[in-house]
Write a protein that binds this ligand. Structure first.
Ligand SMILES: NC(=O)c1ccc[n+]([C@@H]2O[C@H](COP(=O)([O-])OP(=O)(O)OC[C@H]3O[C@@H](n4cnc5c(N)ncnc54)[C@H](O)[C@@H]3O)[C@@H](O)[C@H]2O)c1
Length: 286
């Protein structure tokens, strides 16, 4: 009797080899095969960091040939990687965008959504530290979501600010007290702290009717929380007879001092990767 053919492993490429990239590569090597997942390559800006990996797994150059060999590419480097290569990747493979702040740039969002529609591959956006994202998505789809505010509080050393926010952070560090660095719509904040507000960007993807202009962002530097990242989500929905429903959640994620990524986020990213099973030509929170 002919033996049934074993199902083909989904091949995964990783872009970025910092905290998340290294963790996901290790998970794929140690736990991937029985789950039908295989690590195909890892790329890092500084290739020397990859020396601990077997040579066939080290990708030296970002190129279309690489995307054609995999089913899924995972970006855990910087939003500029998706801005430069996301469209090409989506022409060949599914793409998990670890830095969804990239989508705050309307041109990048337009190009990536266009590539999804043309290529039939899926753009996955990990929820990161966003608690209750399915509920938010459901309210948005039902047209009842009225407002969404995300407040992130971290130690000053955990921020990687750019532009004028750098000076504001420096002033907060000098003062040594809790300081609100930014409060307002999410879109202009994303390019100022592209590594730090990805959870807020996931909220904008979960609530497209509000989007990057409607979701409210608040960023707080607090030297009193050196070892955790706090994310507060405030949801306001329109209920019966116009009465408002309000839900507030607070998530405290332990983090190494100065890290951009909290401890629980590594496992959350692995769970997100496991959910990237091919949804066929859409943008999907995972
Ligand atoms: N979606 C979320 O909720 C969420 C949560 C945590 C981190 N992130 C994002 O995931 C990414 C990785 O996080 P991490 O904790 O592993 O960070 P990390 O700083 O430990 O590692 C980042 C890696 O990307 C590389 N890199 C940095 N800037 C780059 C650039 N301009 N071009 C190419 N490579 C670059 C670094 O060399 C390093 O290999 C970051 O963009 C971070 O903002 C997202």
């Amino acid at each position: 009797m002919a033996q049934a053919e074993a199902p083909r492993c989904r091949r995964v490429g990783i872009l970025g080899y910092g905290q998340l990239g290294r963790f996901l590569a290790q998970q794929l090597l140690s736990r991937g095969p029985p789950l039908g997942l295989a690590l195909a390559f890892v790329w890092a800006r500084d290739g020397a960091r990859l020396e601990e990996l077997p040579p066939p797994l080290r990708l030296s150059q970002l190129c279309p040939l690489a995307w054609a060999e995999v089913d899924l590419v995972v970006e855990v480097a910087h939003p500029c990687v998706a801005q430069e290569h996301g469209e090409d990747i989506l022409a060949h493979a599914d793409f998990m965008l670890g830095s969804p702040t990239a989508l705050a740039d309307p041109e990048t969002e337009r190009r990536l959504r266009g590539a999804v529609a043309r290529g039939g591959h899926t753009l996955y956006v990990p929820r990161g530290a966003l608690w209750g994202c399915e509920d938010i998505q459901r309210m948005d789809r039902g047209g009842t979501l009225a407002a969404l505010k995300v407040t992130m509080t971290k130690s000053p050393q955990s921020f990687r600010p750019e532009g004028w926010l750098r000076e504001r952070l420096a002033a907060a560090v000098a003062a040594g007290t809790r300081a609100v660095l930014y409060e307002g719509p999410l879109r202009p904040l994303c390019p100022l702290v592209p590594n730090n507000v990805n959870t807020m960007a996931a909220a904008a993807v979960a609530a497209p009717r509000l989007g990057f202009d409607g979701v409210q962002a608040c960023l707080v530097a607090d030297p009193g929380v050196p070892d955790c990242h706090i994310v507060e989500v405030e949801v306001t929905a329109v209920g019966d007879k116009g009465r408002a429903l309000r839900v507030t959640s607070t998530r405290r994620n332990p983090a190494a001092p100065g890290a951009v990524t909290g401890d629980a986020t590594r496992e959350a990213f692995w769970r997100s990767l496991l959910a990237c099973r091919g949804h066929g030509g859409c943008v999907q929170l995972c």
